[in-house]
Each structure stands twice: as C-alpha cells, then as structure tokens.
Design a protein around this ligand. Structure first.
Ligand SMILES: Nc1ncnc2c1ncn2[C@@H]1O[C@H](COP(=O)(O)OP(=O)(O)OP(=O)(O)O)[C@@H](O)[C@H]1O
Ligand SMILES: [Mg+2]
Length: 236
C-alpha cells in the first residue's frame, strides 16, 4: 500500500547542512496501524511531510496506491494530498466557527466534492467516529477527544487509503488518547485504512500493530525497550 525506498532529506547547505533522513526504507500494508517513535528532532515530522506530499525529498521513492512520488515538488503531488492521505495533528486544526458537520463538509468541498455529496460523506465519516449526535456542535462545545474525532472524520472522509497522524494524542488525557488509538484500530480493521502515527507515548505505541524507531536518520523495527533508547546495542 505504502512503500518508501531509500528516502533522503537534508536542510541547508555548506557547513550548515543537516542530513535528517539518511535512507528511509519502510512499508505499510493495507489495514496496518504503525507507530513511529524516535527522539525529538530526529525527523519524524519531516518524514510524514514528505509522505503527505507537503515537502519533497532529495532522493528516494514513495509509492502510495497509484501515486509515485518522493522527489516531486509539492505542486506536482496535489492528488496525493487530495485523495491519497488524510492528516491528523496534535492541535486538531479545526475551524472555530464551523460546526463539526461543516468542518468536515468544508474540507471535502475544498477538495472539489460537490456540496450535497460532501455533506453526505461528512455525515458518514462523523458517524464512523461516533459523533452523529454532535453534528451541530462547534469545537468549543466539544471535549478535546471529540474535537480530535472531528479531525479524524475530516481525514477519513473521501476514503483516503492512508492516515498520517503527528502526535495525535499529544493534547489529550490518557483515556481520550486510548480511545483515539482504538478508533484508529477500528478504522484499520473495518475499512482497510492504514495509519502511520507519530507518538512519544510507549503505551500507545505498543497498541499499534508494529513500531518503527527513527534514529540517526534511518528506521528500524522496534520494541518498547529500543524505542526508549535503552537498547543495549547502542552502547551509550
Ligand atoms: N524547513 C526546515 N529547515 C531547516 N531545518 C529543518 C526544517 N524542517 C525541519 N528541520 C530540522 O530537521 C530536524 C528534524 O525535524 P522534525 O520536525 O522532522 O523532527 P521531529 O522528529 O518531528 O521532532 P519532534 O519529536 O520534536 O516533533 C530538526 O533538526 C529540524 O530543526
Ligand atoms: Mg515532530
């Protein structure tokens, strides 16, 4: 479903050059929930941004469903952003003045879906995340967990194959955080979606199907111990 091969990305030039991703290889199957961990500044968001078509890599390839990109500039991967991936952020990024239903509908309209159809799809997505009884609530009238559900509805509406979640539970209490991961799992199982989720929380990461650790510019399969940097092989 998603294959990333030998992806490299650095910033700056000359002596200030910083190589962040040094050859990332990873694969995510349809229906898989994968947690991505790693120290602050190791390049997790950078990797998500490239997979999400918001940033181009220096070299390497990405294939996601029918899309092939990696080094293409963001202006050339509009379709990836419209139909390939859905985004979820730590701070929800909802529009304050719009109801839950309108938040989801609006983003579908922006992606070119006609209004009536957009509203239909938005209702469906909000139903999937368990918010059918909150359609008319604006973000202020919703709990953090509910706001994140609206964001998830927005991300899954229009049935995109891959969800990219950058610390989706960072602003939530423990219970709401767990609920969000359960929702991800349910979406993976029921709809065959795949989720790539950045988290600093080992408990949440351990709920995923698989954990990847990003360190020193490359990814490795991981268990909790190495994700915490207590891997004895590191010898540090
Ligand atoms: N546009 C940019 N220009 C220059 N340097 C950048 C840019 N974007 C990211 N970086 C650098 O790349 C490195 C990786 O940043 P990134 O945001 O991907 O880390 P992260 O793993 O998501 O960290 P965190 O866990 O703190 O969110 C950092 O050193 C950062 O300063
Ligand atoms: Mg980050």
């Amino acid at each position: 479903m998603l294959t990333v091969e030998d992806l490299k990305k650095g910033f700056g030039s000359g002596r200030r050059r910083l190589e962040v991703l040094k050859g990332i290889d990873l694969e995510i199957k349809s229906g898989e929930l994968v947690a991505l961990m790693g120290p602050s500044g190791c390049g997790k968001s950078t990797l998500l941004n490239i997979i999400g078509g918001l940033l181009e890599a220096d070299s390497g390839t990405i294939s996601l469903s029918e899309f092939n990109y990696g080094t293409k500039s963001p202006s050339r991967v509009v379709d990836v952003r419209r139909r390939g991936v859905g985004w979820i952020f730590q701070d929800f990024h909802l529009i304050d003045r719009l109801s839950a239903l309108d938040n989801v509908t609006f983003s579908l309209e922006l992606a070119g879906v006609p209004s009536a159809e957009a509203e239909e799809q938005a209702r469906e997505a909000l139903d999937k995340v368990g918010l059918s009884d909150r359609l008319d609530f604006i973000p202020d009238q919703l709990s953090g967990g509910q706001q994140q559900r609206v964001a998830i509805a927005r991300a899954i509406a229009g049935s995109r194959p891959l969800l990219l979640a950058d610390e989706p539970t960072g602003n939530l209490d423990v219970k709401s955080g767990h609920d969000i991961i359960h929702l991800f799992k349910q979406l993976c199982e029921d709809d065959g979606m795949s989720v790539l989720m950045v988290t600093h929380d080992p408990t949440l990461a351990s709920m995923a199907d698989r954990m990847l650790l990003l360190r020193d510019g490359v990814t490795a399969a991981s268990d909790i111990r190495s994700a915490w940097g207590v891997d004895t092989e590191a010898g540090e």
